[in-house]
Design a protein around this ligand. Sequence first.
Ligand code: SF4
Length: 266
Amino acid sequence: MSSEEKTIIRGTREWAVANIDCCTGCPHDCRYCYARYDAVVRKRQIPAESWRQCVVRQEDVNRTYPLYDGQVMFPATHDIVPEILDDCITVIARLLQAGNRVLIVTKPHKVCIERVCSEFSSQKKQILFRLTITARNNELLQFWEPGAPGYEERKECLHIAWSRGYETSVSVEPMLDSEDVVDMFHDLAPFVTHSIWIGKMNRIDTRVQVATAEEREQVNRVSAGQDDARIRKIYDRLKMEPLVRWKESIKSVVGLELPREAGLDT
Ligand code: SF4
């Protein structure tokens, strides 16, 4: 890898200068999850069946967080789910108390979004919601993100945060249904104040287990939907939309300049 390649910013660093987490494991159990792959396959820290359980790390809940020199993302390697909502609220409160701008990234549960919105209404200017909404088709969501809420609940959460005056954004990464991504953009855009990020499923061949015919079919479907020709078509249809942001995986296909500084969120 050249030194120029090394300076390119990828993944969550496009959005934040630091990632904060307080838990190991995630009941959403997404098939493409990097954190799951890292803990279960790469580092062999926990068995695969344990990933769906949330193990809170109290030392990370009770830490005193510093003021970072840019936007911080919470969480990055788990999600905000009802089982650990109190702990997540504590971490967000501590980050805000230190003066941070907090990017809350989640496949949202209504009960969690309502609570976060209520708890932090006096600090909403320090918060940017980024709700991960990867498709409208609930069968696809159920296959790829089996423990996460369906489309209707995620869209309702977006509406809740938006209607209560929070800054809102959406992450369509990974794009699970590229045929529908333009229509989904128009469905969600009225409730988005900041941005709608679109990105590919990265390292699909390494991270996604393929043992059955159905798994092969679903992987082939996503791969075909994010080939260069398809990405260029989506780019052409959405490139004039001011809310759209392209992740590095798409910038590199369509020839946009790649980010070289963390946390720019642009
Ligand atoms: S919600 Fe995020 S952390 Fe949880 S399994 Fe899915 S990708 Fe992994």
